[in-house]
Design a binder for this molecule. Structure first.
Ligand SMILES: C[S@@+](CC[C@H](N)C(=O)[O-])C[C@H]1O[C@@H](n2cnc3c(N)ncnc32)[C@H](O)[C@@H]1O
Length: 276
């Protein structure tokens, strides 16, 4: 039996998602809500979306379930290619000159782990190609609002379809081991990455400071005000001279003037201007 989503219920889900996750659901996305939430209704024997909304307002577990269901976790290995080339050719050589503690990288909407593990592979390849150049340890902190994505990322095991998205056969053979149920990321590649649940609406203070932040394919879901707010707080989270990489279709526009845009043959990267 299909349950109809009324305009009022749709408006209530829109409000809940924007307030709790920053995600702006445009008009007429009723199909998106029903396709992602109808299963939750039947699993919990709820008769209507109004009943689900009532649960959401009094049970934090339901808030998590809805956010988990409504986030788009689409991702792939070495997504867009160029950012990872820029990290190897520009960012890591620049950061290798620093000699105060480990290099710290934040993958700020890491989904099921492909972005931070691609970063860790990228660092491994840089170390192999440039022996002795990067003497510091590298720590990758990977966060996402979606609890189920973080659980999958922590497991580090991928089925044939997800392993095939963007990963060359050579890298698959080198950095993954076949085991029951899929392909498991190599332990030393995994060891560089720490995962945790974090909503970009919350404070980033617990994470410490970073030399490089990847904020890719998540700001697209936010309002203009929230984009500015997130980027401003990322400025405060970057070490002097730190770098920021956005998604392939995203630009800094007028969201923050704290960065200078560096155009490289392989793409664009942002670097924190020095504060004078
Ligand atoms: C399309 S995926 C992008 C994943 C990866 N960065 C990439 O480019 O392949 C967007 C991710 O943003 C996460 N997300 C959405 N809203 C968020 C929020 N308020 N805080 C943290 N993560 C959020 C989603 O859970 C999802 O995993």
């Amino acid at each position: 039996m299909s349950t109809t989503l009324t305009s009022d219920e749709y408006a209530a889900f829109q409000k809940f998602l924007e307030e709790s996750a920053g995600i702006v659901l445009g008009e007429n996305k009723h199909y998106l809500v029903t396709s992602r939430l109808s299963r939750i209704l039947s699993d919990n024997k709820l008769a209507s979306y109004t009943e689900l909304l009532a649960r959401v307002s009094r049970d934090s577990r339901f808030r998590e379930i809805i956010i988990d269901a409504m986030t788009t976790n689409e991702t792939s290995w070495f997504r867009d290619g160029q950012p990872f080339e820029i990290i190897k050719t520009h960012v890591l050589p620049a950061l290798a000159r620093k000699n105060n503690g480990p290099l710290r990288i934040w993958s700020s909407a890491c989904s099921t782990g492909q972005e931070p593990y691609s970063l860790s592979i990228c660092i491994q390849e840089f170390l192999t190609m440039n022996p002795g150049l990067l003497r510091q340890d590298v720590e990758i902190v990977a966060t996402d609002i979606s609890p189920s994505s973080i659980e999958d990322a922590k497991a580090g095991v991928y089925d044939e379809i997800s392993i095939g998205r963007g990963l060359s056969g050579d890298r698959k053979g080198r950095y993954f081991q076949k085991r029951d149920g899929g392909w498991e990321i190599r332990k030393d590649i995994k060891a560089r990455v720490t995962f945790r649940n974090l909503n970009l609406l919350q404070s980033y203070a617990v994470l410490g400071r970073f030399d490089l932040i990847l904020c890719r394919n998540v700001l697209i879901y936010f309002s203009t005000e929230l984009k500015s707010n997130v980027l401003q707080r990322m400025v405060d989270t970057l070490s002097p001279g730190g770098f920021l990489i956005l998604g392939g279709t995203e630009t800094m526009s007028n969201y923050s003037d704290a960065f200078q845009m560096i155009r490289l043959p392989s793409g664009v990267i942002y670097q924190l201007k020095s504060r004078s």
